[in-house]
Design a protein around this ligand. Sequence first.
Ligand code: F0G
Length: 364
Amino acid sequence: MMPDDSSSGHALTAAMAWPGVIEAYRDFLPVTAATPVVTLQEGRTPLIPSKRLGARLGLRLFFKFEAANPTGSFKDRGMTVAVSKALEAGSRAVVCASTGNTAASAAAYAARASLPCVIVLPADGVAAGKLGQVVAHGARVVAVEAGFDAALAATRELAARAGLTLVNSVNPYRLEGQKTVAFEIVDALGRAPDLLVLPVGNGGNITACWRGFQEYRQAGRLTALPQMVGVQAEGAAPLVDGHPVTSPRTVATAIRIGRPASWEGAVEAARASGGRFVKVADDAILAARRELAAGEGLLVEPASAAALAGLQLLAAARPFSGEVAVCILTGHGLKDPPPLAPSLLPTVARTVEALSTVVERLLA
Ligand code: F0G
């Protein structure tokens, strides 16, 4: 006979498990009892205190490790809401243009909802790990001979023509879900940080995050709001330069964006919070990624490391004095792992003796 599930340990565990951001923050989200919730139990990501880098910068620094979401990036917070609403509306299929993470998330949540998913990728510059995710989840993939900005423009038109639900962050439900990262940070710290630092590409996340802090203040959950610091790569820094960039360039492919769709929201978040935008060089981004991996035990993709590089830039200009800062680490390093130069490949040992010798040399 099959065990009675309702009285088994399994049922108990499931009932007590984190339910995902829609159930956790239902009162703050545009869902009703009629909304079919499509979730992979995203959210409740760790807020990890820095061991070394924070003290070096004069900060009480925390990392919000969004790489711990089910598809390895912060996009899952918005996608659970967007795909649930698409299902509620009887959508035929979802579609997005993406530098990779939105695509991976859309593909996973569409698979979960049994909804067809179409992904439009810029022909170059999508990390292999992200493309692998999209294909594994069974999405239909097409590439366009263009960068992200033109791919998004074409996809908006395609969605309107073909009657597909666009799940880029111009879909308002995406930002509604993404604002939950601010709720979690405040729930964990008991206050907002002084500084909230995050990488900015299309501008959706900084817009959403700022909205989250404001809504929590209105609800009486915090008093002082954080300064929002948005970090862009030097070759793709429209919000720092004050104008769109025609051919954005950076190793951080996730934020290789010259014309952010949420331009106004991003500018408003920095302005209203007394924050700012800064730009960092690719070398600084890659160095920050190495420091996070070797010094903190956190492997992130280059775009995410830009947040730390931005903080380092600010500290070099004006020393911090014990402020509480949170860096959002937006995506996992496994999606876009650091290249292994031949000199970094491990030595092959053929005997136990050789093994001991090599290890002693490595530890010396
Ligand atoms: N970090 C990562 C890892 C990202 O994938 C993105 C955006 C950002 C930061 C910037 O966030 O666009 O809200 O300002 N990735 C999008 C994508 C563009 O298609 O996956 P934003």
